[in-house]
Design a protein around this ligand. Structure first.
Ligand code: SF4
Ligand code: SF3
Length: 546
């Protein structure tokens, strides 16, 4: 195996025996093979695009398949093998439409239904990123594919709500197919930058999907305590699952709580109307072994991050997966039938037999500051900036993780001057969203826009401020970026910010291990991207606009 897609990668170089995340060798290899076949689909997909057709079905499939390979999504090898078999069928269908022949790469021609042959192929070196001609090609292909994974996840969520764009699917196929060719470094960098553009478009599409179906997030006080009823805990990013679960639990005596990245569901008007939607339980994804244990009721994972269950954990019987998530021994809630809803009845029935959750904490946290809500407060925000009450905004969006050095982000939040406001999105917020940092004239000092994809909202807010203050360059705003990353959605978010022209970002807790020295040099020189440093020095530099 070789995997270097996340921030935890071994020695910041690559996991080669077993993932630091717990991913076994076979699982990693099968995920590589799934991507490999998707490259084959893309080779034909691009040929079809040359005839003016974007194959939506193939695009949709690629989004799901790449989503399967994101960190902490799929743990069940049999399920991944099924995805590979499905991929081969999709490839066959696209090949037939494209009518391609001639010189085709192995990823476009290799095929087998047989489990042993699939396992053997997955083990072979040619399906791995390490087969790239050199370190820089490996780095840039990795950067591109990881960005595409994040884009795919967001495009999949949008598609579930009925929002799709041919441009997005077309780009994903173009990008994947490009990794089968030996391109110049400049061409590869151009493709990576184009992924940034597609990331912005995809996040905008998902924002449109979420807000048109569920309304605009509103300022909300979210309860972090518990009630005395049994409950279901729902985690991940999929709002459609949230909607259907709330409907199917209404009037059953079963309460619903969010965990991790589902916290922002509390901010949507469409979900606030349910009395049995109690609030959020626990912390970010890596606390789940403890949080899921004490929750006592069923847990539904709609997307990442699902982590391996520890020996002394007892919740496997209460664990449900859905969408692209899988885990050996967990129950899987199947796809919704056309025009219908998913069936969460097994989780509801189980919940009724469970004890209520153990209270971990009490009180409230405040969130719901997506672009619509912040723009509704624009006058207040602009006045506060003009009067000097707000000196600076610090964007601290992204992911949380278990790396000890991530305490940096808590310390930055605690030590930033009182006239600064933190803009956040993604599960990075759990490092400081319970600190009670106060407010500035009624504007909370931590403004949570939502999930990692809602980093889009932070970009909309920045662009609006740029317009209001009559600036030519987004970098002239009193905004600093101190981003935490972990998995590949954060890679897409990073590429989106680079595409929007944001310079001087800090990224931590480490720069990605997939950046080769040469590629890192290009990104650092072009965008002044820097690794996080010491808390005090970084704060002083950010306050000085550096
Ligand atoms: Fe290693 Fe991260 Fe890949 Fe897991 S996802 S195998 S920790 S690089
Ligand atoms: Fe978190 Fe996994 Fe990335 Fe959507 S839930 S941000 S890490």
């Amino acid at each position: 195996m070789f995997c270097f897609q996340c921030q935890e990668t071994a020695k910041n170089q690559g996991c080669t025996i077993r993932g630091v995340c717990g991913k076994p060798e076979e699982t990693a290899d099968l995920q590589d093979l799934l991507i490999y076949v998707c490259k084959g689909i893309s080779v034909y997909g691009v040929k079809l695009q040359e005839k003016g057709v974007v194959d939506r079905e193939a695009g949709r499939f690629i989004c799901q398949a790449l989503f399967v390979t994101i960190t902490n999504v799929a743990w069940d090898d049999d399920v991944i093998i099924d995805w590979i078999r499905k991929a081969l069928k999709v490839r066959e269908a696209v090949a037939e439409k494209a009518g391609a022949s001639g010189d085709l790469p192995d990823c476009a021609t290799w095929a087998s239904e047989d489990k042993n042959k699939i396992m053997a192929k997955a083990k072979s070196e040619e399906v791995r990123l390490t087969t790239a001609p050199d370190e820089d090609a490996k780095s840039l292909r990795g950067f591109l594919i990881f960005g595409c994974k994040g884009i795919s996840a967001y495009a999949d969520h949008a598609a579930i709500l009925g929002f799709e764009k041919d441009d997005i699917y077309g780009f994903l196929m173009e990008a994947l197919a490009s990794t089968t060719k030996e391109l110049s470094v400049d061409d590869m960098i151009a493709m990576v930058m184009k992924a940034g553009e597609t990331a912005v478009n995809t996040m905008a599409l998902l924002d449109e999907a979420n807000t048109s179906v569920y309304g605009h997030p509103e300022i909300t006080e979210v309860n972090i305590g518990v009630r005395g009823n049994p409950g279901i805990l729902i985690s991940g990013h999929d709002l459609k699952d949230m909607e259907e679960l709330l409907r199917q639990t209404e009037g059953t005596g079963v309460d619903v709580y969010t965990h991790g990245e589902m916290l922002p569901a509390n901010y949507y008007p469409a979900f606030k109307k349910y009395d049995h939607f109690v609030g959020n339980y626990g912390g970010s994804w890596w606390h789940q072994n403890k949080d899921f244990e004490s929750f006592n009721g069923p847990i539904i994972l709609t997307t990442n991050c699902l982590i391996p269950i520890k020996k002394d954990n007892t919740y496997l019987d209460r664990l449900f997966t859905t969408n692209v998530v899988s885990y050996p021994g967990a129950k899987h809630v199947g796809d919704r039938p056309a025009g219908g809803a998913k069936d969460f009845s097994a989780a509801v029935a189980l919940a009724k037999t469970c004890q209520p959750p153990v209270e971990l904490e009490s009180g409230k946290i405040v969130g719901g500051f997506a672009h619509h809500q912040v723009l509704a407060l624009a006058d207040k925000v602009v006045d506060a900036v003009k009067s000097g009450a707000i000196k600076r905004f610090v964007v601290m969006a992204g992911c949380d993780g278990r790396h000890k050095t991530r305490s940096y982000f808590t310390e930055v939040a605690e030590n930033l001057p009182k006239d600064t406001v933190i803009l956040t999105a993604g599960c990075a917020k759990y490092r400081y969203n319970k600190l009670n940092l106060g407010d500035i004239g009624g504007i909370p000092r931590v403004l949570d826009a939502g999930q990692c994809n809602d980093s889009y909202s932070l970009a909309v807010i920045a662009l609006k401020l740029k317009e209001v203050f009559g600036l030519d360059d987004i970098n002239d705003l009193p905004i600093s970026y101190d981003i935490a990353w972990y998995e590949q959605k954060a890679v897409a978010v990073l590429l989106a910010l680079l595409h929007l022209g944001v310079k001087g970002m800090r990224l931590g807790p480490t720069l990605p291990g997939f950046l080769s020295p040469n590629v890192a040099k290009v990104i650092v020189e072009k965008f002044d991207l820097k690794p996080i440093g010491e808390v005090k020095e970084d704060i002083a530099a950010m306050m000085a606009g550096k």
